[in-house]
Design a protein around this ligand. Structure first.
Ligand code: FAD
Length: 449
């Protein structure tokens, strides 16, 4: 069967790229190996609650996924925003704003002014530096560092100050200030992720796209240095001159015959895919008859260190954002902490100990959790590639693989900027515009790399 473009993977980036191309009149096949759409941002039902298999909140202030939904006619309703930002310190919760009053506030203001004056592309000069190193040009106040670094833990799942990438965090701050005049913007898609991805799949097919799932791509077929199509498991070949591959870096190499990808690109992909460079997370889903919160029901509560695990993380009461995620009279909270893959990836005994300690910490920090109806632990080792200095920006694969005619890479592990789903959607737009050879007018004022 012959198509103009085959898109591999129907996670955020693949759905976005496929829909834009279908809307532009291209004959597109979108191939997903799983039964469900949405990839790492899928969710599932557990005892009547909607639990994110991947994504929790989205950080798109209107520049990526939201814009794509408008473009292809999918309704994406943002939940109300968080109404407080409690921070755990010295055995209690306090509004984080208290930590940067006075000198800290002036320091944050100088940082915001400098950031708004900085051109988007100049942020690339900071790919090898930490957020604190950039901020130190404008402030030395610990409270000022704390507030942006706490956001860094929430958004990028980075652990230590030297791991919070300057360029990635500044990109997200600049985007939120530019579009929403606020430091951070996040929302829950009302109705949930399963609904959204289902509607995007329908929009894609409604625009004439062909969705194949479950169907796994076994090989990207390259002949004489150009894309010839993709071969599915079972042998069927979908012929096309262009292929967009949204598989994350840890799944990419096996899709190609030896020698197809340029040597240096393959080495960078392997570096990024190394287990030591994964953003890792351990946490609990908690259902209770009362909200398990620090201060308010729609808060964004974070900590740099729980009493026993010593790990940084956050807690979110999803029912506060969208009561529909839980059965009537029940509340759903997720509490979790980021951990350092370099030291602890695969260390089962350490991870078991941390799960045990984290639950004791939760009972101390969020006493309502003691009356939980149930708690469900989850361990995440494929959140994404950690946004650490030196692992962001130009070290990541570009959308276009110049050495193979018609080959495009997309997704949150490529060079796109942003956060999780937002980053993946931005990468999907970039790949689609690459295939079309021009910017789509509807996205002309969005930020691209
Ligand atoms: C537990 C967890 C929590 C998260 N929380 C958040 C959050 O709160 N906010 C946020 O913004 N982000 C969050 N993220 C990150 C976010 O989910 C990802 O950044 C985003 O979903 C990545 O989208 P993608 O399209 O780049 O990749 P993916 O979602 O990984 O999509 C790639 C797709 O390709 C498919 N595929 C791969 N190989 C093949 C093949 N050979 N054939 C066919 N199909 C193939 C995969 O099945 C998958 O569907 C979280 C991630 C995890 C794991």
């Amino acid at each position: 069967m012959r198509f103009d473009v085959v898109v591999v993977g129907a996670g955020t980036a693949g759905l976005v790229a496929g829909s834009i191309l279908a809307k532009a009149g291209r004959r597109v096949a979108l191939v997903e190996r799983h039964r469900y759409l949405g990839g790492r941002a899928m969710e599932h039902r557990f005892r009547g609650h909607q639990l994110g298999l991947g994504s929790h909140l989205a950080e798109d202030p209107g520049d990526s996924l939201t814009r794509v939904c408008e473009h292809v006619g999918v309704s994406l309703v943002h939940s109300e925003r968080s109404d407080s930002m409690p921070f755990w310190e010295n055995g209690g919760w306090r509004p984080i704003q208290e930590r940067y009053a006075g000198a800290g506030k002036a320091g944050v203001k100088r940082c915001i002014e400098a950031l708004l004056e900085t051109d988007w592309h100049d942020l690339e000069r900071w790919d090898h530096a930490s957020l604190r190193e950039w901020m130190a040009q404008y402030t030395s106040d610990e409270g000022a560092f704390l507030v942006w670094e706490a956001i860094s833990v929430l958004e990028q799942i980075t652990n230590h100050w030297w791991e919070h990438s300057a360029s990635e965090n500044l990109f997200a701050r600049k985007l939120a200030y530019t579009h929403r005049r606020t430091a951070g913007y996040s929302f829950w898609p009302m109705g949930g992720w399963e609904k959204l991805w289902g509607e995007m799949g329908d929009a894609f097919t409604g625009l004439g796209g062909e969705l194949r799932h479950p169907a796994a791509v076994e090989r990207i077929v390259v002949e004489d240095g150009r894309i010839a199509g993709v071969r599915l498991r079972g042998g069927e070949v979908l012929e096309a001159d262009q292929a967009i591959v949204s598989a994350p870096v840890w799944d990419l190499p096996r899709l190609f015959d030896d020698g197809v990808l340029p040597w240096d690109l393959l080495q960078r992909i392997r570096l990024l895919a190394n287990n030591r460079n994964r953003a890792c997370w351990l946490g609990y889903w908690i259902a209770a008859r009362e909200p398990v919160v620090a201060m308010t029901e729609r808060e964004m509560a974070s900590f740099f260190s729980t009493p026993r695990t010593g790990l940084p993380g956050f807690t979110l009461n999803f029912t506060g954002y969208d009561p529909g995620v839980s059965p009537p009279g029940e509340y759903l909270t997720c509490v979790g902490a980021a951990f350092d893959a370099t030291e602890h990836y695969g260390d089962r005994a350490w991870i078991d100990r941390q799960f045990h300690n984290l639950w004791l910490d939760i009972e101390e920090m969020l006493p309502a959790a003691r009356g939980a109806l149930w708690k469900k632990p989850h361990l995440v080792t494929s959140y994404g590639v950690i946004c650490r200095p030196g692992l962001v920006g130009a070290v990541r694969p570009d959308a276009r693989v110049r050495e193979v005619d018609g080959l495009w890479l997309t997704g949150d592990t490529t060079r796109a900027r942003g956060i999780g789903v937002d980053k993946a959607a931005r990468a999907g737009i970039t790949a689609a515009e690459g295939v079309l050879g021009q910017r789509v007018p509807f996205f002309a004022d969005t930020v691209r790399y």
